[in-house]
Design a protein around this ligand. Structure first.
Ligand SMILES: [Zn+2]
Length: 257
C-alpha cells in the first residue's frame, strides 16, 4: 500500500505566529524543524499502519522548505515541482500534513485558499472550498482518497466536513487569524502518528472526493484588477468585476491558471 503525503507549513505543530512562516525570521528554523517532525510522525504512522512505500511532497509555497537531513530515510522525497499533483493510481491514499482552513474561516490559523493576497472565495459546484478540497479533487482524478490530515482545530473540522470518515490530528487552535495556541509538541507528534496509523485502516472504506462532473469552479478575487488576466483565459467566464467561472470535465482542472 503506497501512501502519498503532501505538506504545508501553516498547520504544523509549534508554529504559532505568522512571523515563523517568513524565511528571514529567527524562529523560521524552528518551524522547519517542526515541519520535519510532523512529517516524520506521519511517515512512521503510515508504516505502522501497513504502508509499503511513502512518498512525501514539500508543498508549502512552491517547495524548498524541507531540511532533508531530518527526513525519515524510509520515505521517498518527491523532487518534482509541487505545483501539480504527482499522484498516480498506484497510491492507496494521501495524507495532508500541516494544512489550514479555507479563506474566510473564523479563528483559523492563517486561513487562506491559494493566495492570501488575491483569492477571497472559491467554490466547487456551489460549495465553498479550500486547499484541502482542491487537493482531494486532484487526487480523485487518480481515484486516491484523503485518509488523514493534520492542522489546527478548524482544519480538522473542515476535513471532517468534506471527507468523513477521515483521521485527523489537531495540533493547535487559533485565537484570531495570526496567532495560535499550540498543543504539547510530543503529544502533537503522537496524535499525528496515531491518526496516520488509523487513517491507513480507512483504506477500502473511504472513497475519493468526487464532486459531480462537469464541475463548476468559481473564484472571487479581492479586486477587479486581479481578475483581469484570469478572465481572459480560454473557457473562463467573467461573472462580475471580481468573479470568474469555468466549467470543467476533469478533476485535474480544479485550479485556475
Ligand atoms: Zn502554506
Amino acid at each position: 500500500m503506497k501512501i502519498y503525503i503532501v505538506t504545508d507549513l501553516e498547520g504544523i505543530s509549534g508554529v504559532d505566529s505568522i512571523d515563523m512562516i517568513k524565511v528571514d525570521h529567527p524562529r523560521h528554523r524552528f518551524a522547519i524543524e517542526r515541519l520535519m517532525a510532523d512529517t516524520n510522525a506521519a511517515i512512521d504512522g503510515a508504516f505502522l499502519g501497513g504502508a509499503s512505500m511513502v512518498t512525501v511532497n514539500d508543498g508549502h509555497g512552491g517547495g524548498n522548505n524541507f531540511d532533508l537531513s531530518l527526513l525519515d530515510p524510509r520515505a521517498v522525497f518527491d523532487t518534482r515541482e509541487n505545483k501539480n499533483s504527482h499522484l498516480d493510481d498506484s497510491y492507496a491514499g494521501t495524507f495532508f500534513i500541516g494544512t489550514h482552513a479555507m479563506a474566510g474561516t473564523i479563528n483559523a490559523f492563517l486561513d487562506h485558499t491559494q493566495s492570501s493576497a488575491s483569492w477571497f472565495n472559491y467554490w466547487v459546484n456551489g460549495r465553498r472550498c479550500g486547499e484541502m478540497a482542491q487537493w482531494a479533487i486532484s487526487s480523485a482524478y487518480y481515484d486516491v482518497p484523503v485518509l488523514m490530515v493534520s492542522g489546527d482545530e478548524t482544519a480538522c473540522a473542515e476535513a471532517r466536513s468534506f471527507f468523513n470518515p477521515v483521521a485527523c490530528a489537531a495540533v493547535k487552535y487559533a485565537n484570531g487569524r495570526n496567532h495560535a495556541l499550540c498543543y504539547d509538541l510530543k503529544e502533537s507528534e503522537d496524535s499525528i502518528r496515531e491518526a496516520a496509523r488509523s487513517g491507513m485502516a480507512l483504506i477500502g472504506q473511504v472513497k475519493p472526493f468526487k464532486p459531480l462532473l462537469p464541475m463548476e469552479i468559481k473564484l472571487e478575487l479581492y479586486r477587479s484588477d486581479y481578475c483581469d488576466e484570469l478572465a481572459s483565459l480560454p473557457d473562463v467566464e467573467r461573472l462580475d468585476a471580481r468573479t470568474i467561472r469555468k466549467v470543467v470535465n476533469s478533476y485535474q482542472d480544479v485550479l485556475f491558471g
